[in-house]
Design a binder for this molecule. Structure first.
Ligand code: ADP
Length: 336
């Protein structure tokens, strides 16, 4: 597909270049033809004058005749044809090269989309297959009583909720990619947002005995309230998921010049150095090889977080030490 699009674009480049080149050559030939004819007429007139008033014999005499003129015109026409053949060759080569360069970002985007769709389908297929098998096996079980059936339904519900979360995450990612950046941002209180996010994960934190400490002064950022809330929920949720019970998560914010630096520091499992460059990639899970992973994640949280930070013209960084903990640092511009 890429190759045929590249050839089509090359043909368009060649067509445009050749149209310009041929028009230019015709105009040039026409002007030269007119000039030569005028020269011929001028010469004929001069010949007439010379015949009436003979020049002294030692003066040089120039001869121009019609055949010579025709030969000259033909030679010019031939050169112009050669020039156009040369232009055609150069246009084809340069066009092919330029078409390749122009289409490269589109090709990369399409490849990326295809990888995304393939990964998303794979993520959907696994729980769907599990769900299908569980339903089929239990339907065949003639001895299944009501209590057992209810337990099966409860397990199915967990899978359904996971699938719902996955589809919501995918929708969020897609909407963030195509987000209209011109929509007006509002003045958002960072303190309120972080506190609200902590409230949303409070039950989960309590269950693991994890303390969330918030040190956020009364600072404001220009942003989208819901998205910023989502951003902090992702970091706190991860902090809790990937920490051992009875540890601490510290959210700290301070103003530096015209931006706000926010750090979310946990005392959790940490991330291996080899995984660090990839954790913001879609569907990447550093802990996939960790035995008994019950976090139920899909590796989409951090890629959503990154898109939200980019949407807010901010930056995101991470530092981590295995078994010691992880610190995410977000920098956002302050609201004016
Ligand atoms: P998910 O949590 O759904 O797997 P994320 O995109 O949020 O996906 O995170 C990607 C991976 O980065 C996780 O699978 C996990 O291995 C690692 N990770 C993210 N946050 C932390 C953290 N605070 N501590 C340790 N590992 C983390």
């Amino acid at each position: 597909m890429f190759q045929s699009a590249r050839i089509k674009l090359t043909l368009w480049y060649v067509l445009i270049t050749m149209t310009v080149s041929i028009i230019f050559s015709c105009a040039l030939f026409f002007v030269l033809h007119r000039e030569l004819e005028r020269n011929l007429r001028r010469f004929a007139l001069r010949q007439q004058i010379i015949q009436n008033y003979p020049l002294p014999p030692n003066l040089p005499r120039y001869q121009i005749n019609v055949e010579e003129n025709d030969l000259l015109e033909r030679a010019i026409a031939l050169r112009l044809v050669w020039v156009n053949v040369l232009v055609l060759g150069i246009a084809a080569l340069a066009g092919y090269f330029l078409a390749g360069r122009a289409l490269r970002p589109i090709k990369d985007m399409v490849d990326d989309q295809n990888r995304f769709v393939a990964a998303a389908s794979h993520e959907f297929r696994t729980p769907l297959t599990a769900l299908e098998t569980a339903i089929e096996v239990n339907l065949r079980d003639k001895k299944l009583d009501l209590t057992q059936a209810k337990n099966v339904l409860k397990e199915n519900l967990i899978d359904v909720n996971r699938l719902k979360k996955l589809s919501n995450n995918l929708l969020t990612l897609v909407s963030l990619k195509g987000a209209d950046k011109s929509t007006a941002m509002t003045n958002v209180s960072l303190k309120k947002i972080v506190e609200e996010a902590a409230g949303q994960v409070a039950a989960m934190a309590r269950e693991k005995g994890i303390t969330v400490k918030i040190d956020v002064p009364d600072l404001h950022v220009a942003g989208f309230q819901d998205r910023l809330l989502e951003l902090f929920v992702i970091f706190l949720d991860n902090g809790i998921k990937y920490s051992l019970p009875k540890t601490k998560i510290h959210v700290l914010a301070k103003k530096i010049d015209s931006s706000i630096k926010i750090t979310i520091k946990d005392e959790g499992l940490g991330i291996d150095t080899k995984d660090l460059p990839h954790i913001f990639e879609r569907f990447y899970r550093a802990d996939q090889s960790r035995p008994g992973d019950k976090t139920g994640g899909y590796g989409l949280g951090l890629s959503i977080a990154k898109e939200i930070v980019v949407l807010h013209h901010g930056t995101i960084a991470v530092s981590s030490h295995l078994t010691k903990g992880t610190t995410f640092t977000i920098t956002l511009p302050t609201s004016v």
